[in-house]
Write a protein that binds this ligand. Sequence first.
Ligand code: ZN
Length: 493
Amino acid sequence: MADLDDLRSAEQPKPAQIVYGKDDPMFKLKWRNHGFGDRHKEGTPEAAPRGRCQRCGQINLRYVHTMECADLPDLIEVGCDCAQILDPSYDAPRAERLMKTRSRRLARWLSLGWQCVVGNQYLNRAGFDYGVVPVAGGWGWWIEGAVSITSKIAYDCPDKARVALFDYADGRNLRGGIAPSLQPVTLVTSLRDIEQVCYEWASGFSWLSDEFYRLDRFTLLGKIGCSVYVNGRSAPYWELCLTLPDQENGSRKHEGPKRTCTTAVEAKIAALDIFRKEMVQMAYKRASVQLEVLLPPITDAERQRITDAHLRAENEQDARRAAEQRAREEAAERRRGEEEQQREIAQQAARAEAARQRREEAAQEAAAKQTLAACRRILAMRPEIAQDLAQRTDDFGSDERAWGEAFQRTKTGSFMQDFTIIRRPEMSLSGRCTVYYKHGDWKIAVFLPFDLVPHWHREGYDCADALAASRVVARSKLAAWTRGVLQPSYDVA
Ligand SMILES: [Zn+2]
């Protein structure tokens, strides 16, 4: 009997495991998302039994979505895909993404720098003050910022209150660096916020170029953006573009008639006019106040304020640019100074080099003179050397054949020979004879010490003739040279 009972109870499906199947006519009805749940990681204290999709039968679901139908009393539990099919307006993947990252975000939230003052916990974040405080029956939380909200439930420990506070703030995206579009924001709060933005309108623009100004602001109703820019090269005029909040976290471009203005200030005022009207209407709509709003026109004082702020910003920009220009000029001046200095240094070096060369030449000249002088002194003191030199000059080149054979061919095709003038321990001098080709004929040059005799020979020859003539030329030049050395008064030129 016991077996039979077991069998019977096994045949009865447990309510939580009911699977209806895709073809069930009830899925033809209209479904709406009711909520979602995380069964948590298996093995953790929070882990709950896995879910099962009641539409397609998929099992072992960690994330489940509960759906409701107006015609049926019960909620059903489905997976991500089926939730999306039953309610196309419900973003099930996004809900699941939020659930998946919730634990990470919650851990970060709890680890933030909470301050404890007389038993109350505080946190200041993204422009909001959060508090967890003891209340009758446990712990409560509050948020103070653009709006003030207090929890209606008492939690039995501060940690639970902090988690509940997280869930409230997290759902409304109160975290992060931007002021969110908060709900509920009262109409008065919104209008005050809009008024504030209007008041700071002109000074809120940043200068991007002489032809482009940009304003970006977060308002309680959402993010706004405004550009004022020059359009048209040949006939420039100012245009504006406004981005206004739309749905929660969304934005839309303002679509109105194209507004063109002759100056940037006028464009800024025109943008403010549109902003005021649109934002105030939006605030009324969000607060569900069904009234057509009529705004007074922008006052002269407001126009003046915008003009002043614009001019002030322009002046600051000009001053900044002037300062930059000055800095650039100073840098150029400095550079010029450095270049001047370097040029000066280079000139000094060149002058020093020229002086050195002059000194060297003078030294060489002096050395040459000294050598010629020394040579003459020796000759004056040792007449036998002078006699020897005169003899040598008389005999010079007497052996025609030896002279001809002594020539060497150089790499450039010239002929050259060095010859001894005198070789004694007291005095040793030599000369050089070169026969070379230039300007259509052959020429002869005889180099002798101290440049006492010009070494060029004027006439031109055929090659063989030049070699033959060189002996006579060298001989006559050596004779002149010897006369010059022996008799300083003799005019060698
Ligand atoms: Zn399913």
